[in-house]
Design a protein around this ligand. Structure first.
Ligand SMILES: [Zn+2]
Length: 252
């Protein structure tokens, strides 16, 4: 199995730092699983309709066609149709923009998040889901992964991938845990914006994280769980977030 770390978009709203859209492309026996989808080709064609002027300005969306997951998948020599499954951490604009570029892929999401997306909650963009994603919904599980609830997704034979609820940023926000050899990679989505939040409470980005959280108490509890993982399980688990540019492995 191979994991490609793709930056599928840039957000920059000064004085905040430039933020990445860190997607994972999991390649296993000719099949591809994409974790989050970044800013997509349709967003670039119709940004005002799909994202809206307020969010574009507030988050500082930048539009670069070459960064879209569709173009990067092609650049790696794959066809768009090789992406059979997409796993979403949550439904925010900057995570789902590429969904429409992979219309044949199954889209895995936590039941709580899809309920929010379909509830008319104004933080989500109906236009980004208007193509009709092929949803696969994952509900509550009794399985545990390093003490956290884990929802097993049978995506690719011989490859363990779980949705790990890290609620708070949104009400169905999840991390995605992938077994890589002897270790695990946990993509934490937006459970932190910058990795420094694992060790600091008063970083300026923490105020933004609190403001953007649907439930800030749940967000803090999720962050506390990540801190526990780092303290107790660093030998087995690596974390990576979506928006921290410093987290791209060197050489990829
Ligand atoms: Zn985000």
């Amino acid at each position: 199995m191979k994991i490609h770390h793709l930056n599928c978009g840039i957000l920059h709203a000064p004085p905040g730092p430039k933020a990445s859209c860190h997607c994972l492309l999991i390649e296993h026996e000719g099949r591809l699983v994409l974790v989050d989808t970044g800013i997509g080709l349709e967003d670039i064609k119709r940004p005002l309709e799909r994202i809206g002027p307020f969010a574009i300005r507030a988050a500082g969306f930048q539009f670069h066609e070459e960064l879209t997951a569709a173009r990067q998948v092609a650049g790696l020599g794959f066809r768009v149709g090789d992406v059979t499954d997409i796993v979403l951490t949550h439904g925010d604009h900057d995570h789902v923009g590429g969904l429409a570029d992979f219309p044949a892929a199954k889209v895995h999401v936590a039941a709580e998040e899809l309920a929010q997306i379909e509830s008319g909650n104004g933080r989500y963009s109906a236009a980004q889901f208007a193509h009709g994603p092929l949803w696969v919904v994952h509900g509550v599980s009794s399985e545990r992964w390093f003490g956290l609830e884990a929802r097993r997704m049978a995506l690719v034979p011989g490859c363990d991938i779980y949705l790990v609820p890290l609620f708070g940023h949104t009400l169905g926000h999840c991390g995605v845990a992938v077994q890589v050899g002897e270790r695990w990679l946990l993509h934490v989505g937006d459970a932190y914006y910058l990795k420094v939040e694992l060790s600091m409470d008063d970083h300026p980005v923490s105020a933004l994280a609190a403001m953007r959280a649907e439930d800030d108490g749940l967000r803090r509890a999720s962050l506390a769980e990540l801190r526990r993982l780092v303290k107790d399980n660093a030998a087995e688990v690596d974390l990576v977030g979506y928006h921290d540019f410093s987290e791209f492995p060197t050489g990829t």
